[in-house]
Design a protein around this ligand. Structure first.
Ligand SMILES: [Zn+2]
Ligand SMILES: [Zn+2]
Length: 348
């Protein structure tokens, strides 16, 4: 089979590899569509992981083989694949911090080498722990593989929306209207709150409005806090979701979020970046700072419901489709987006 192997920083190599062989409790999935995630791009561009590895984790495909002990799954079934499933019994899991669980972090789907998602390959192997514990999600007949590839990123965004306790009637500022910011706009609206978005690209500001933002502004607008206060009866927004790794966006969030509000870090910042915070902003204004990383097992069926019942329009997020051999070009486009670049999907 063909796979895109990470051979070092910025070195993707399109290689012929053996199809993974199955243990009796494992399942093999032929990858039809895999989403290109910002986290994949970071793993490719920065020295975060020892090579060789095969990344890609927003996977939808067809079961092509099942181990002898696997029950309930057949060759030919269409599935969305979760690359991590928590153990459900460690101290993190018992406190609903599933993404901190060692099992969650260490057991993953793989197409070869150290397990790292493996979606950037023609076939990916799903370990027994993930097969047994709900990591394969059947795709309804009327839903495309493209749509199904959004179950994982929807879960990640949904987890942040839930963590920030976004409620009907609230107003939420979303900094950054790329694929993640746009999905936040859709989810915030679905849960009955109003979304205000910012971005640097005029096309993304327009796109934010077209997917349901109440208002959208240029992030460089010096009057942004005043405009936000005008839209919120002088209060400021209830929640800001930081979907760009920018300290400027964080300081804007402090100016735009109401007393008692929340600021949630969703984008991963460069490790060397430090942000000075006056603790009295947190004390006197009772602003809660929080972070949300990866997905939550608890809301997996809700994420699937949202995608499979088209409660948000994930197709509106898709801008580009690449063949697996052209993954490097896809990464280049994601790093330097054109005016019309949103979600990029890869076709192994
Ligand atoms: Zn992802
Ligand atoms: Zn656990």
């Amino acid at each position: 089979m063909k796979a895109q192997v990470f051979r070092g920083v910025n070195q993707l190599s399109y290689e012929e590899l053996p199809v993974p062989t199955l243990e009796p409790d494992e399942v093999l999935v032929q990858v039809q569509v895999v989403g290109l995630c910002q986290s994949d791009i970071k793993k490719i561009r920065y020295p975060l992981y020892e090579p060789p590895r095969i990344f890609g984790h927003e996977t939808a495909g067809t079961i092509s083989a099942v181990g002898s002990q696997v029950t309930g799954w057949q060759v030919g079934q269409r599935v969305a694949v979760m690359h991590h499933i928590p153990c459900m019994r460690c101290d993190y899991c018992l406190n609903d911090n599933f993404s901190m669980c060692d099992t969650y972090k260490n057991i993953s789907t793989t197409a070869g080498f150290n397990a790292s998602g493996g979606g950037f390959a023609e076939y990916v192997k799903v370990p027994g722990h993930i097969v047994r514990n709900g990591g394969l999600i059947p795709i309804p007949d009327n839903i495309s593989f493209e749509e199904a590839s959004f179950v994982e990123p929807t879960n990640c965004c949904l987890k942040a929306v839930k963590k920030a306790q976004i409620a009907p009637g609230q107003t939420v500022l979303i900094t950054g209207a790329g694929p993640i910011g746009l999905m936040f706009i859709m989810l915030v609206k679905y849960f009955g709150a109003k979304a205000i978005a910012t971005d640097l690209l005029p096309s993304r500001i327009e796109k934010a409005l077209s997917v349901g933002a109440e208002a959208a502004f240029d992030a460089r607008d010096a009057n942004l806090p005043a405009k936000i206060h005008d839209l919120t009866n002088g209060m400021g927004v209830d929640v800001t979701l930081l979907a760009v790794p920018s300290d400027k966006a964080f300081f804007q969030a402090l100016d735009c979020t109401r007393k008692g509000g929340k600021i949630l870090f969703f984008a991963e910042f460069p490790d060397e970046m430090e942000i000075p915070v006056n603790p009295n902003l947190l004390y006197r204004r009772e602003i809660d700072l929080m972070g949300s990383y990866s997905s939550s097992y608890r809301i997996q069926s809700l994420a699937a419901d949202i995608v499979f019942n088209r409660r948000i329009d994930v197709q509106a997020l898709i801008s580009d489709r690449y063949r697996l051999q052209d993954l490097s070009a896809a990464v280049e486009q994601a790093i330097a987006p054109t005016a019309e670049t949103y979600k990029i999907l890869i076709y192994p």
